[in-house]
Design a protein around this ligand. Structure first.
Ligand code: XEN
Length: 361
């Protein structure tokens, strides 16, 4: 079943294997370059049905680190174009994730500390968020609370970035509503302490996400899938109940959401209760969301074993598996998994120049 096609809107994926957006922290001034082409292109050559480019900031202040990619300029859109085109030329669908990092912005790259840059660092900038409370841990910098004008501006930044994503040739859009970044921090009572119409009740905490989604929906072509990655669970006390995430997804579905990629909230530095070592630990949560909302559903996090991944699709727990570390470690995971699953002629999943050499191996 992992190799069954999947149609959503006018887009057909050749299989159920997707490359999850993975930050490379390797851009300068938000510009994708040959690193991004080779990184994403290699996984398209490897045969993933969908290749989603990393969390790409809708504005300079929305980057997680100075190395994050962006789509706030036409120059960046032009730089993404050959990347999207190459992914498509390999039979994969090119996708991109649009993001604003909120209070987690202005951090160093993970291999340089994974911490807020000191405020006087020439590369640092002032993060913004729903409220002035800091994330904590290695991200202690207090964000500037957003005014209503800031909220409108960020929503408009998502719209402009979406228009550029279309021009760049992307055919699958993921709005980053997870991982403690801006949208997620509006939704989570752990992060959002606003007293106005954007804080407090479920309706108010959902408002920024729904308004941003609506604005993007209006400019993203109807024929292409519009998806969100939503943090539905934090594994800490005080988080929003799963029922709230389900209700939010129902509202988004009614407004034109095509698929949800189920992930975590990461609204506090405490990740001690996350069951990291369990294979595909979010799959049961995603399956529950799939049943309760009727939305096509994907998830990532520790999906490595091809047999397990195949069962998740066969048992209709998931529609897509999003691979991250496993496909980073092995760009030919799709081919190797086909061999493990006993598929005949697995080399046919690869482009001709590779299939020719690998035939019968
Ligand atoms: C605390 C977030 C954990 C996973 N990460 C997610 C990222 C990049 C950093 C690590 C993302 O969603 N862009």
């Amino acid at each position: 079943m992992l190799y069954a096609p999947f149609k959503l809107k006018d887009i057909q994926l050749e299989n159920r294997i997707a490359v999850s957006p993975m930050c490379q922290y390797s851009a300068k001034e938000g510009m994708p370059d040959t690193w991004h082409l080779v990184h994403l292109g290699a996984r398209a050559i490897g045969g993933a049905g969908l290749v989603v480019a990393e969390a790409t900031a809708v504005s300079p202040e929305g980057r997680i680190t100075p190395g994050c990619t962006g789509l706030w300029s036409d120059e960046q859109a032009a730089a993404w174009q050959p990347i999207a085109r190459f992914i498509e030329s390999q039979g994969s669908v090119p996708g991109i994730q649009l993001a604003h990092a909120g209070r987690k912005a202005s951090a160093s790259r993970p291999w340089q500390g994974d911490a807020h840059l000191p405020a006087d660092d020439p590369d640092a900038w002032q993060p913004i968020a729903p409220s002035a409370n800091a994330f904590g841990g290695k991200l202690p910098r207090a964000p500037q609370p957003m005014t209503l004008a800031d909220i409108r501006r960020v929503r408009d930044d998502f719209v402009s970035a979406t228009e550029r994503a279309v021009r760049a040739g992307f055919q699958w859009l993921v709005l980053h509503f997870a991982h403690g970044y801006l949208a997620q921090s509006f939704f989570s009572p752990l992060a959002n302490q606003r007293q106005d119409e954007y804080g407090g009740s479920f309706e108010n905490r959902a408002r920024f996400l729904l308004e941003t989604f609506d604005a993007v929906r209006a400019v993203w072509p109807e024929r292409y899938p519009l998806t969100v990655r939503l943090g539905v669970i934090d594994y800490v006390d005080g988080e929003q109940p799963l029922e709230e995430s389900i209700e939010l997804l129902r509202l988004l579905k009614a407004r034109g959401l095509d698929l949800v990629d189920v992930s975590m909230g990461f609204n506090t530095p405490d990740v001690s209760r996350v069951p990291w070592s369990q294979e595909a630990f979010l799959a049961p949560v995603a399956a529950r969301i799939r049943t309760s909302t009727g939305l096509p559903t994907a998830t990532s996090w520790n999906i490595r074993d091809p047999k397990h991944a195949d069962q998740l699709i066969a048992n209709e727990q998931l529609d897509l598996v999003m691979l991250a570390k496993s496909i980073l470690a092995d760009p030919h995971w799709v081919y190797h998994a086909a061999k493990t699953l006993g598929r005949t002629a697995p080399e046919t999943l690869l482009p001709d120049p590779y299939a020719f050499w690998l035939k019968g191996l």
